[in-house]
Design a protein around this ligand. Sequence first.
Ligand SMILES: O=C(O)CCC(=O)C(=O)O
Ligand SMILES: [Fe+2]
Length: 757
Amino acid sequence: DSGGKGDTVGGSVLIDGKSAIGSTDTDFICATLDWWPPEKCDYGTCSWGHASLLNLDLNNIIFLNAVKAFSPLKIRLGGTLQDKVIYDTEDHRQPCLPFTKNTSELFSFTEGCLPLSRWDELNKFFNESGARVIFGLNALNGRSLQSDGSAVGAWDSTNAESFMRYTVKKDYAIYGWELGNELSGSGVGVRVAADQYASDTMSLQKLVQDIYKSNEFKPLTIAPGGFFDANWFKEFIKKSNKSANVVTHHIYNLGPGVDEHLVEKIVDPSYLDGEADTFSKLQGTLKSSTTSATAWVGEAGGAYNSGHNLVTNAFVFSFWYLDQLGMGSTYDTKTYCRQTLIGGNYGLLNTTTFVPNPDYYSALLWHRLMGENVLSTNFSGTKKIRAYAHCAKHSPGITLLLINLDNTTTVEAKVAFNRPRTLRHKHKSHGHRSKVVRQHPRKKIIDMTREEYHLMPKDGNLHSQIVMLNGKILTVNSSGHIPPLEPLNAIGHGIPDSYLDKVREVAKQFFSLPVDEKKKYSHEDGEGYGGDLIVSEKQVLDWSDRLVLKVLPVDERRPNLWPEFPTEFREVLHEYAMKIKYVLDTLFKAIAKSLNLEEDNFLSQFGDRACLFGRFNFYPPCPRPDQVLGLKPHSDRSGMTVLLQDKEVEGLHVLKDNHWFRVPIIPHALVVNVGDQMQIMTNGIIKSPIHRAVLNRNRLRISVTIANLAEPEKEIGPAEGLIDEKRPRLYRNVKNYAAINFECFQKGEVAIDTIKI
Ligand SMILES: O=C(O)CCC(=O)C(=O)O
Ligand SMILES: [Fe+2]
């Protein structure tokens, strides 16, 4: 996981896991289908094709699968032309004609008609795909348009009523009936006053109650589906007298689709923050009124007039979209409808091929991972990281969404939970990507498992419509199957599987070099490349080669012993060792705390110039594994050793009660061996186990260890807090235990016994 180019900065996210600041519907994700015909054009481009409710290919298999993947996806049917739709019910005694372009008409189109046969087909699709349908009704019906841009008079609901009765008769499930589109405030093209709208909404509610009186499920009454305007909304909410179950508003905060600065706005944190005001005011208005209505974003396409090709349908738009989903939920928005599911330049699906755009996968990940309860989340360190956390969906734990708006900066983020005990974890968020992390905290930090979902554009290109999840391109296959969204798993240590594989890979590549090349790195004194150290003639040699390198302190590294090949070797060893150092530090602190010591007790004993060693063990196949060992029984002289096992070939044994036990392979787990120095410091409470490596007849086995040792000139000894009458001091203080250990090894003595009191 080292894709980050450029700088690295630190930051930390604090999640308050104790109480929720808001909640969303379980099916928070919603997308729209619109009425625009192919003749709808903006700035000279016509982006709608056959993506309208009236002409969309409902037999497309990708389309069905894409909606099914959510089960359920909320789908809101509406948009500008909805207010000019005529439903072809019995009361409509005229030919059912489509919308036709006519620039002298409101919205540049004539009225258009929805044939009931098409409504039947649509419902067949909704039923099959498990969608939850919100239908936007024709709120301009019966009103007269004034030259000042207002529409006056009451809504004529006759046509809507017969349409709703037809729908009930056919048993078509409708989740909500919504009144009107963008007629609130000063309107878009035309406006309706708040008090009139309130009384029309009461009429709709009465209709719903009447039409559904013998139905168990009663659809929601939803209004006004327009832009937020503080005074208009306030009056509407007050006068509609609780008739609306849901108050919907629309979001196009990025300006017109033709705007050349869309991308700059999208990756500008203060620009994104600008929309919080609307959410907050609407939340305030609802809270201070007597209504129990909740807020939804009923339509949000970001950039109006159909969006912008290769921006609002490309990877970069996920920054805006995911941020909106996050921000909306923190203000108690229950549902968020994206303009569009398909159609225009802002579809979750490609208008012609139906292939999912990057935002489709962002929506699906959100839907699968983010639970209903929203947690207060704060990121400090850089403004370029946006952080949102919810309780995880369908599982214990927390889901954290981190969005890195910066193209070049890698952010090392510490994660802290405000819980009885503070757990810290570190992970990275590389430039220009968003990532979703699901964490399952259990009792102890050691048990914490994590799933990571990293989204990045192909080739790092923000305008790409191809998205990679954890480095793999997401594509629908030839049978229109939506790919599974699989996480990277990290067990406790937080290092992704793929990175551990990388470490194994460079180790293997080094070992595969010709002997002469490897010999360049051999040296007499224990560091570098070589075999078992020969100390006597009778000695049975270990059947293994090893490469030992001091990683810390940096100024004591011997660069001439660090392999030049494979070329990434040095970088990987350095980075891996740093990751493991973080794991070690975390463990030393956690162990200190568990023994009621100051957190830094052990770490300060190791000293500021503590050593960190990397060691690669290569165990070639051995024809007589019963006759020789890969590594003789020993305890590690380190503080602690973190061992990365071979992924396929087992070989580590540990001695307990005079029996050797196999240590099984858990591919992505790390083995932690307590070393002698830790046994000394804990006054024998934590023991360094005797272990050995056995050989395989047919296969090479490789293991990699990172171990720390105290600064040689620093005395270490049992922690004062662990010495008392019941447990007297077991060991004297020692300097340079590593050297003592080495001497003893040559004499065949057990090192730790020589410093026993
Ligand atoms: O290869 C193994 O599993 C054990 C390695 C080991 O014990 C060591 O390097 O100290
Ligand atoms: Fe060992």
